[in-house]
Write a protein that binds this ligand. Sequence first.
Ligand code: CA
Length: 228
Amino acid sequence: MDSIRIFIVEDEPSIAQTVQFTLEAEGFATQHFSTGAGCLAALEAAAPSLILLDVGLADGNGFELFGRIRRLTEAPVIYLTARDAEIDRVVGLEMGADDYIVKPFSLRELVARVRAVLRRVDTGAAASAGTNEVFQLDTVRRRIHYHAQLLDLTLHEYRLLETLLSHPERVFTRSQLLQRGWDNPDHRLERTIDSHIKSLRSKLHDIKPDADPICTHRGVGYSLMPES
Ligand code: CA
């Protein structure tokens, strides 16, 4: 099953192992790189949800690496820094990192920061989707308007549409949709995604019969296509 993937770029094996163990125990998938070069190479092929980036790496400084990471992904970055100096924080945040954690840190703090950044990124994406003129997403009241009409959605239909709206044109697999929309995702439920999508489509169709904004990608999943 797909889960949230976190890249850990850290050259100190003991820290890397503890962080990796902790995050996996929390249900995240992780991948560890002891060099910046290893992380950059992996980013060519994979898109993590978040990157934990050690500022002091053997093959370069994390702040420099950050710029190169940004050219490959928009994934949020949390710096792991051993230097508790104000200047590092300012430079780090000015360079666009989403947060920083000063070593030594507690594992509980680490998990809390990771979750907070992931939540913020999610909300940000949803907020920008909210300005879409075809759909208006109101995450506070859990409501979605389609062509200015309020959709009468079940909880799962709402969450499916909210997920698709968070990244228009991105293809979500059934497993990813399940992971984001269900409180107890179980891969046996994957097929039920199809029937929820079907009823969602029919509700959209009732409002605008000549449009079909949800795209089916056979054997893969679904995406949302902007209407022209
Ligand atoms: Ca280091």
